[in-house]
Design a protein around this ligand. Structure first.
Ligand SMILES: [Fe+2]
Length: 189
């Protein structure tokens, strides 16, 4: 296996690592001059990271919450609704120049929504799932999330645009959020 050296983490470690990665991207965004192209590039990276994380959670994490956690349907529905609000903000952000006043205003909203979502997962959903299932289940889900992320697009401006999924990311007619989601879910193929 080409990624044989990877240590397989349980699903909670995998998703928590994603959260820290997004925190790091937001911190870099905050350290970058307002209106700069670097801000736009970081916003694209944040968008891709958030969409791939959302898809992985929707495919593997929320179904497990529904199945194993008491009251899990309500928790999963709430998490998915939060994803929906974040994605709408990311779509509103698409096509805006970094100098646009709404660009930074929308990024503040994204940051606030993401922070609330991450807090809810780390303080509420993750501990509840951990106490509801055998560690083996968490490891098995972790493997699935890890696999899902290996096939996920990682960069908005790939150096070799002729190989999938890079060519799909660059396909015209859809915004970045939809393109990333289509790549990950196979929708629109
Ligand atoms: Fe998450």
């Amino acid at each position: 296996m080409e990624h044989g050296k990877d240590v397989i983490k349980d699903v909670i470690s995998e998703l928590t690592a994603d959260h820290r990665e997004v925190d790091e991207l937001f911190a870099r965004f905050g350290d970058t001059p307002p209106g700069s192209e670097e801000r736009k590039r970081l916003a694209d990276s944040i968008t891709i990271e958030l969409v791939r994380h959302s898809v992985a959670e929707e495919q593997h994490f929320y179904p497990a919450v529904r199945e194993h956690v008491a009251g899990g349907d309500v928790l999963a529905d709430r998490g998915i609704a939060e994803h929906g609000r974040i994605e709408q903000l990311l779509k509103d952000l698409e096509g805006r120049a970094p100098a646009d006043l709404d660009f930074d205003r929308l990024m503040v909203k994204v940051r606030t929504e993401v922070r609330a979502h991450v807090d809810d997962e780390e303080n509420n959903l993750f501990p509840r799932l951990r106490e509801s299932v055998h560690p083996f289940v968490l490891e098995s889900l972790g493997r699935k999330v890890h696999e899902a992320k290996r096939t996920a697009p990682t960069h908005p401006h790939p150096s070799s645009p002729h190989t999938p999924p890079a060519n799909k990311l660059l396909a015209p007619g859809l915004g970045l959020v939809d393109r990333v989601r289509d790549c990950l879910t196979g929708r629109g193929q």
